[in-house]
Write a protein that binds this ligand. Structure first.
Ligand code: DNO
Length: 350
């Protein structure tokens, strides 16, 4: 397992100098953020990221994300050209030593929450999701904004996009995903890159938009679309775990070697389709992080891991979910789980 930490680039208040001081973190997860979805990243920008990370003593082997343009998900007449651009990004990243590319196939909205700062009794705050609140929001008029969203749409463009999706049901989205994978996976294989799709967050459909990377059955279907090790998963416990029907340790045991990247974080279910983000340890939420890490270790997982969203603690302000302190605590907790479970296995063998 290689422990990594997400870095949002040059404007991230969590600087590389701070990240390098978190014990056990070897590398960063980042992306070229100033190029619109669908365009090719310059070799210079990729090299600059890598050099900056390396100068801080950190590796840069995981990209999150190379965004998939909506026209690819819609499968319209621009898709072919945009898929070719996507392939070029895979080639360039492979040449620069990137081993894993995380991406998602969620129409229009990436991850979604109804609250950015839910207050907790200990004075911390975190992101939270309440289905009723979300469904009462109108994406065309609401001001809610999340760090993961593409903010570049005008309301008119968003309206137009939502209209185009009226033609795309789940099966159409599966077809469009298949078309994409058939082209990009052979390129990833040749480039020494593993593609790792991120599950939909939350893992159910919203605003009438289809969402398909949601549960065990669908992940199985996804992996079979192109049955290659280069076609793999980002196993995000907070996303998949939002649905209590998803048995995370069982899913990890089933998909084992096809998991190339794990986002480890905990959430607390607060009602039907409602949850709040909590600190990483098992005792703080509804997910059993020990069983999750044990399933990874038992499956021979040797990919990348990162702590995921943290709470805001100790008065920190900044990018929701992506402050320094709580994610750093998460990193050392995760490293501790891996060390204990791996050493326990070794001593059991002796
Ligand atoms: C949220 C993240 C997501 C993720 C993308 C991957 O914190 O996990 O925004 O980066 O869905 O494409």
């Amino acid at each position: 397992m290689k422990l990594t930490f997400r870095w949002y680039g040059y404007s991230d208040p969590v600087t590389l100098d701070k990240i390098r001081q978190i014990p056990t973190v070897e590398g960063i997860v980042s992306a070229v953020y100033d190029v619109p979805a669908g365009e090719v990243w310059s070799r210079e920008s990729i090299a600059a990221l890598k050099n900056k990370a390396n100068a801080a003593g950190l590796s840069f082997e995981v990209v999150e994300s190379v965004p998939v343009h909506e026209d690819i998900k819609l499968g319209n007449s621009n898709a072919k050209r945009l898929i070719e651009n996507y392939c070029e990004n895979i080639r360039r990243l492979g040449e620069a030593g990137v081993k894993v590319i995380c991406y998602n196939f969620m129409p229009v909205f990436d991850w979604l929450r109804s609250e950015l700062r839910r207050e907790h009794s200990d004075g911390s705050n975190s992101l939270a999701y309440d289905e009723e609140t979300v469904l009462s929001m109108n994406p065309l008029t609401s001001d809610l904004s999340l760090p993961g969203w593409d903010e570049s749409y005008t309301k008119e463009q968003l309206k137009d996009l939502l209209n185009q999706y009226k033609e795309v049901d789940e099966e159409r989205l599966w077809e469009n995903l298949h078309t994409f994978l058939k082209v990009i996976i052979p390129v990833a294989e040749k480039s020494g890159v593993k593609m790792a799709i991120h599950p939909d967050d939350p893992p159910w459909s919203l605003f009438g938009l289809p969402r398909i990377i949601t549960n065990e059955e669908n992940l199985e279907r996804f992996l079979k679309l192109v049955d290659s090790p280069a076609n793999g998963l980002t196993f995000c416990t907070g996303s998949l775990g939002a649905s209590p029907d998803n048995d995370l340790p069982a899913m990890i045991r089933r998909f084992g070697r096809r998991i190339h990247f794990a986002h480890l974080r905990n959430i607390r279910w607060t009602g039907e389709k409602c949850f709040e983000e909590v600190a990483h340890p098992s005792c703080c939420g509804s997910l059993d992080m020990y069983e999750i890490v044990k399933a990874l270790v038992d499956s021979g997982f040797d990919g990348y891991v990162r702590p995921d969203h943290g709470r805001m603690i100790w008065g920190e302000t900044g990018r929701y979910g992506y402050g320094l302190y709580d994610r750093a605590l998460g990193a050392t907790y995760i490293a501790g789980l891996f060390e204990a479970i791996e050493k326990g296995r070794l001593s059991a063998k002796e």
